[in-house]
Design a protein around this ligand. Sequence first.
Ligand code: F6P
Length: 362
Amino acid sequence: MPLSERQTLTQYLIEQRRRFPGASGELNALLLDVAIACKGIARAVAQGELGADPASANADAGDVNVQGEVQKRLDVISNQMFLRQTEWSGNLAGMASEEMAQPYPIPARYPRGKYLLVFDPLDGSSNLDVNGAVGSIFSILRAPPEVVGAHRDLTEADFLQPGTCQVAAGYALYGPVTMLVLSVGSGVVGFTLDAHIGEFKLTHPNIAVPEDANEFAINTSNSRFWEPPVKRYIDECLAGRSEPRVKDFNMRWIASMVAEAHRILMRGGVFMYPRDTKDPSKPGRLRLLYEANPIGFIMEQAGGRASTGRQNVLGVAPSSLHQRIGLVFGSRNEVERIERYHQEPARKAPAPLFAERSLFRE
Ligand code: F6P
């Protein structure tokens, strides 16, 4: 299809809005501002080492975020881009991000709006050093009416809404091309940034995750910390054509969740960063509000599933802003199988590959 015939993000959003005559257009305006922030981040990421002088663009910013992770310069820049591009519009009552310990209230000089924006401005940023794919993840929630009406200040509790309450969610992937993938609750669509005109163009109008898969993604260096249902699942994948799966599996690990989510949306598969016993103070690696929930929303909207292993991740009632959680997502039949393994009573003998022939000996 000639490029000029493809819908722009703006056209797509306006057409979606026509289906809801009562809609004010604020959600669309917010999404367009988020898209501008993502274009800015895409540029900054693409500049790499050239982007900052005299220090390297990928250098550590020196601070440690609330996760205890060293912030890269681009983490900080990306966070600022989200804040500056969206705070002024009157569409938001507040924001929260991986890079900020506390929620960010909209400055008093701007009107308050009815939405909350939660984001991970640069996911997978350890890939920056190696010129690998990184991305931004965002989730949009409704703000409580008292906060919108300025009858009280924004609090952390305002963000503690289960993933089912998300109004929209999406991610930008900064790979060989920049893509924006989003859902406003009626399926999942993907846009590719046309760098010549600086517009996101609709290239993936109806993204659906295949129900079955033969590809899994997990950080196998954690295998000795996995819980038995996870060991069982991976062992069975490794057993391949032998019983019980009777098909061979392939493995991928990019260490950039956005990139893994995108691959799974394109061709199926399952991603796991499950709860494990590595650090008892951390019930998982990924963050519920700005990683697991938006990706979970996208997966469900694309016909896939996202789970803690024990329950649908979108049903989890958050207890804190930066809460971590075990996460499994992707092709529905695989995720449901992993959930079944968590429900079944613990099996006494370890799965055969783990006992003797495992690559991942306990
Ligand atoms: O934000 C967390 C993240 O960067 C994810 O994008 C990625 O899946 C994970 O961490 C990688 O973790 P690890 O370094 O343990 O493989």
